[in-house]
Design a protein around this ligand. Structure first.
Ligand SMILES: C[S@@+](CC[C@H](N)C(=O)[O-])C[C@H]1O[C@@H](n2cnc3c(N)ncnc32)[C@H](O)[C@@H]1O
Length: 415
């Protein structure tokens, strides 16, 4: 089997690359781009470059500038934020443009230019529902673009904890294959024969991330025409009108969508306690005198407040478990993990039984990175930040294995 060339967009500290290289030595990342907007010191890029470089092929520029430098590859990967993907007519009313700085449009441009055979993307789970006033529009725009570019796509919202990893991190993964691939012909045939079989059993995600049917039924949507049967005039018309109730599982072939909610099979859990350091951590990670402050911050509260217009209201929030239970998977780690926030994890130290913060190594373990991966010279605060941004690496390893399986099947022409 020949090597699979990869370009990694929004590379962060390299979650996709570590995951793919663990899946197979066939993956060779030949270009990576990472740039933290507005920051003079580029900690994530420096970490990436220390592990995978230094190399001229690691690009530390805004993707808006660097997009044309992305080479032709077999597989394009990247994790990007959920933004407003609506489009409007540009000045002369003939052109179409998305909002400035919205990263999807750069991915779209790269796919258009380089035509990768396969695309694997990661986004947050709310992508499927947003915006709240026109549910499903944003994800619909992505699917419509992939259709226009000549791809079929599958997606799944995966909560890492439900597949045996120690963090309840829920992300939307999208896999797309180009019309010219043998896999496309094979899967298109299967989808046309029995789409539910692909959704629940044989699709890209279903094979590695086993599921059972949820309580709802399969819903169908059309990316080419409105419910009235009228064709969308263009992407602007589409973006103005498309709505869908996307389930956590779905596929799109030839502009037609099938989606449903699936449930993962029960899996043996890995817990927060399983990844804690047990042989004594530095004193600086312990809470010290601030216990009462933390109890208050994590507790339920109702506070009377006055808005700017003079109107008074009651702000209320529920409690967060304090300390974080060590006998179950952890809550999602955010980029603000290093700060004194309600969302910061506080754990009972297994050795001293005193309360403390997570260490940077424990944050790396929550995402399945090797211990010390971000210990490349950046201040500790940024080690937490990078892990709040990163993905759960072993999920990518499973997806990498699945793509290898697909390529082997199609190379041997077992279809
Ligand atoms: C969700 S994180 C991806 C993290 C990565 N998957 C990992 O495992 O570390 C998105 C990354 O995109 C980077 N980014 C944001 N805007 C960018 C831009 N305009 N050009 C290039 N990279 C950008 C951020 O700095 C961040 O590291």
């Amino acid at each position: 089997m020949k090597e699979i060339t990869v370009a990694e967009l929004f590379a962060g500290v390299g979650g996709f690359r570590i995951g793919l290289e663990k899946a197979s030595l066939k993956y060779r990342t030949i270009w990576a781009n990472q740039w933290e907007p507005g920051k003079k010191i580029q900690h994530a890029f420096e970490c990436y470059d220390k592990h995978f470089g230094p190399s001229l092929n690691n690009s530390n520029e805004d993707i808006a500038v660097a997009k044309n430098n992305c080479p032709k590859v077999d597989l394009l990967v990247g994790g990007f934020p959920c933004q407003d993907y609506s489009v409007a007519h540009s000045g002369d009313a003939k052109g179409i443009e998305g909002k400035k700085g919205v990263l999807w449009w750069y991915i779209n441009d790269i796919i258009k230019l380089r035509k990768p055979s396969y695309v694997l993307l990661e986004n947050v789970d709310r992508l499927l529902k947003s915006p709240s006033k026109q549910r499903g529009r944003d994800f619909g725009v992505i699917l419509r673009c992939l259709y226009d570019l000549g791809y079929y796509a599958e997606w799944r919202v995966i909560n890492a904890a439900e597949y045996g990893y120690p963090q309840r991190r829920r992300r939307t993964f999208i896999f797309a294959a180009r019309k010219t691939t043998k896999w496309y012909s094979r899967i298109a045939k299967k989808i046309n024969e029995n789409p539910s079989e692909v959704l629940y059993k044989t699709g890209f995600f279903a094979d590695q991330f086993k599921v059972t049917k949820g309580e709802d039924f399969i819903r169908e949507y059309n990316l080419k025409e409105k419910v009235t049967g009228e064709k969308y005039i263009d992407l602007v018309d589409f973006s103005n009108h498309f709505q869908a109730n996307f389930g956590n599982t779905g596929l799109m072939l030839n502009g037609k969508i099938c989606t449903a909610t699936t449930k993962p099979y029960k899996h043996k859990q890995t817990t927060l306690g399983d990844i804690l350091e047990t042989d004594g951590v530095d004193e600086k990670y312990f809470l010290g005198e601030n216990l009462e402050k933390w109890k208050y911050m994590k507790g339920a509260k109702k506070i009377e407040r006055t808005a700017a217009n003079g109107h008074s209201y009651v702000f209320s929030e529920g409690p967060i478990a304090f300390p974080d239970p060590s006998d179950r998977p952890s809550r999602t780690m955010l980029t603000s993990e290093s700060g004194a926030n309600r969302s910061t994890h506080i754990v009972e130290d297994p050795k001293t039984k005193k309360l403390r913060f997570l260490t940077p190594v424990e944050c790396e373990r929550l995402n399945g990175f090797p211990d010390g991966w971000t210990d490349t010279g950046m201040p500790e605060k940024f080690r937490y930040f990078c892990m709040g941004n990163a993905l759960v690496v072993p999920l990518i390893t499973r997806m990498g294995k699945q793509l290898i399986k697909i390529l082997k099947i199609t190379e041997k022409k077992l279809d």
